[in-house]
Design a protein around this ligand. Structure first.
Ligand code: ADP
Length: 225
């Protein structure tokens, strides 16, 4: 097959917006490499590399890793997939990161998921985590097979202190403060597409329509999503 222009996609969405759900469906449907900043950081920390020590300090304090450090960390993974294209999640989180990434390599399309705050607050209060892998469960719609235990390892699940409504509201405000300039940046470049909704199942078909259009390649229709 003639090689297709690389599509470098970024997905943006607040914590609890269902961004990962949509991202997973995109990757399933179109088969591009999936780069998740938070997951790569967790893997790296598990391997106890030299560079991960500093980053771990920021993560443990709930702070963003400095812009130059996080890009340096991600750059190999991004470069490895430069020609093939990718879907990037969890980066950028600051305007500076967006600009640094764009200098490193052009992004083709940005998908911004917008879900109302009250919906997010409702979802997050029932969220449980398997801390070492980052696997997420939700008691309402994706409960673990055995109550309180991770499906794969059987280890105990934990709830985040900051999944309480007041704290979520605060996190969403902080997220919006950071994300708005990023959205403006991509809007000015003419590469941002907004998707609004309350349910991933309603947002997903719109994202798929959009991607079918821009990727133009026939996709695997058999994929159950
Ligand atoms: P969350 O931010 O919801 O806790 P993530 O898995 O996306 O979950 O990220 C975990 C931590 O990794 C963040 O709290 C932050 O410290 C760090 N991190 C992830 N992505 C970035 C980024 N783009 N820039 C700076 N720090 C990041």
């Amino acid at each position: 097959m003639a090689s297709q222009i690389a599509r470098r996609l970024v997905i943006l969405g607040a914590p609890g917006s269902g961004k990962s759900t949509i991202a997973t469906r995109i990757v399933k449907a179109y088969g591009m490499p999936y780069i998740v900043a938070g997951d790569l950081l967790r893997q790296n920390i598990k391997q106890q590399s030299e560079e991960s020590r500093t980053m771990k300090e920021y993560i443990n304090k709930g702070l963003l890793i400095p812009d130059d450090l996080i890009l340096k960390f991600l750059v190999d993974e991004l470069e490895k997939n430069r020609e093939q294209g990718f879907l990037l999640e969890g980066y950028p989180r600051t305007l500076n990161q967006a600009e640094m990434l764009y200098r490193q390599m052009k992004v083709d399309h940005v998908i911004a998921i917008h879900v109302p705050a009250d919906e997010i607050i409702n979802r997050l209060k029932d969220r449980w985590f398997h801390l070492s892998s980052g696997r997420v469960y939700n008691l309402l719609w994706r409960p673990p097979k055995e109550a309180g235990k991770d499906d794969i390892t059987g280890e105990p699940l934990a709830q985040r202190e900051d999944d309480k409504p007041a704290v979520i509201r605060h996190r969403l405000n902080a997220y919006n403060k950071n994300i708005n300039p990023i959205i403006q940046f991509y809007k000015q470049l003419g590469i941002l597409q907004d998707f609004h909704g309350r349910e991933s199942d309603k947002i997903w078909p719109e994202v798929k329509n959009y991607l079918d259009h821009i990727l133009k390649e026939p996709m695997n229709q058999k994929v159950a999503v």
